[in-house]
Design a protein around this ligand. Structure first.
Ligand code: ADP
Length: 419
């Protein structure tokens, strides 16, 4: 397999400057980060996660807003104990004054229509409402605006994801396989609109017995973590199955506020910490989304040596280049350059057809891969991965930047061993 192998170039690229690419500029005036919380289907606890995550981020010192984008089935008013059916007041500048619950600012369709009058809206109206909820609400200065998306991965969600300048999306899933399959669909949806995935949260994980403290995996566990590993997206953490979460939600007293020392509340805070950390260090890749035809080099991405800096990330590429017909070069923000033989990349495909999901056992027989296999297309996937359309018809692998960098490190180590 090791023919040319990746050459690890440890020299700093010339023109390395310490100038940082403009990090974390505000996408909406006054709001630092807009985070969508999505799920492949309803009932996985997405809204519960949105509410508790909002309060957990608040505990870390953030100013938080929450948009209930589930205009057809709003559940946030109940979870926050907000009065419904009373149109919110307007400020002097005609902006809507959001509800305030323990310092958390929130807006929901339920506040306008009341509980028992589900809004009947079609897709385009849904997205108009969402835009109003974000643009015409007096949010003031916020560190995080959380958007609780409607469940599912249909057109409505796509429009919503596109109509707001998101910092990224969080996917909530339960440990069951069906749910994971659906979560995967959610991930793909965000990828197609170039929204980066901030991570996966596994909800209703281990049940901790309130009497004996022993943990039981009611719905199995580890699915979210496995999914994130396979797709190369971060795993943000797991929330236990806990009856107090249900009562807290039904009574408008979220567990993070109500029982801050409980295991579940602490799990939310741990996830918030992880998420905040990721957002602060979010790789602001200088590369624009690309769809690149390998043979003609049409649509070739940029190669930005000026973005290289000594403290740069090891897993943020700042350049891709077709070095020759068989070699893909990657320039990383920390100044390393890796030259990948394209057949080696095909052999390293991480998809479920090439690698067994549970054990990580390779399923692809190297002998079945033609010597002249090459990409037809290389496409950016969000800002964390690239995907290949290969000339042998294969195209299901998502090569996360982490996976690519690990491949390079592994093969560099192998070259040293061989010598
Ligand atoms: P979704 O927004 O995905 O439709 P909800 O947040 O409305 O889901 O939650 C669905 C139900 O599951 C609610 O009754 C909620 O209280 C309950 N629930 C959510 N998370 C948990 C958990 N970790 N443990 C126990 N029940 C939970």
């Amino acid at each position: 397999m090791q023919t040319t192998g990746p050459h690890h170039n440890h020299d700093r690229a010339p023109n390395a400057s310490s100038q940082q690419p403009s990090a974390g500029h505000e996408k909406l005036p006054g709001i630092r980060h807009v985070i969508a919380v999505g799920s492949g289907k309803g009932g996985v606890g997405k809204s519960t996660v949105s509410v508790n995550l909002a309060f957990a981020l608040q505990q870390l010192g953030g100013r938080i807003g929450l948009v209930d984008a589930d205009v057809l089935g709003p559940s946030i008013p109940v979870m926050l104990g907000l009065s419904t059916g009373q149109p919110p007041a307007l400020a002097a500048d005609q902006k809507i004054i959001p509800a305030d619950r323990h310092g958390l600012k929130a807006i929901s369709m339920g506040m306008l229509t009341g509980d028992d009058e589900p809004a009947i809206l079609r897709g385009p109206m849904v997205s108009k409402y969402l835009q109003m909820f974000i643009g015409s609400v007096q949010w003031g200065h916020l560190d995080y605006l959380i958007i609780d998306l409607p469940p599912g991965t249909g057109d409505t969600q796509l429009t919503l994801a596109q109509s707001v300048p998101l910092s990224g999306a969080v996917i909530v899933t339960t440990p069951q396989d069906v749910s994971l399959k659906i979560a995967r669909r959610g991930l793909r949806m965000f990828e197609t609109v170039h929204v980066s995935i901030l991570g996966i949260i596994e909800n209703m994980s281990t049940f901790t017995c309130p009497h004996c403290g022993k943990g039981t995996d009611v719905f199995r566990r580890g699915g979210g973590e496995r999914l994130s590993r396979q797709l190369g997206v971060p795993f943000l953490g797991a929330i236990p199955l806990d009856a107090d979460i249900v009562t807290g939600g039904d009574e408008g007293r979220p567990i993070v506020l109500e029982k801050p020392t409980s295991f579940a509340a602490q799990a939310y805070v741990a996830i918030a910490t992880e998420l905040a950390g990721r957002l602060q260090g979010l790789p602001t890749t200088v590369l624009k989304p690309f769809a690149w035809t390998w043979e003609t080099n049409e649509g070739e991405p940029a190669w930005v040596e000026s973005a290289v800096r000594p403290t740069g990330s090891q897993t943020t590429p700042v350049g891709f280049r077709r070095r020759d017909a068989r070699t893909l070069s990657v320039l990383w923000e920390d100044g390393h350059r890796d030259d990948f033989d394209v057949r080696d990349l095909r052999l390293a495909c991480p998809c479920a057809r090439c690698v067994e999901e549970m054990s990580g056992r390779p399923l692809l027989d190297p002998k079945s891969v033609l010597p002249d296999v090459a990409p037809r297309t290389i496409t950016s996937g969000g800002n964390y991965a690239i995907t290949f359309g290969w000339n042998d018809g294969h195209s299901t692998g998502i090569y996360s930047f982490k996976h690519l960098r690990a491949l390079a490190e592994r093969d560099a180590a192998k070259v040293v061993e061989d010598v």
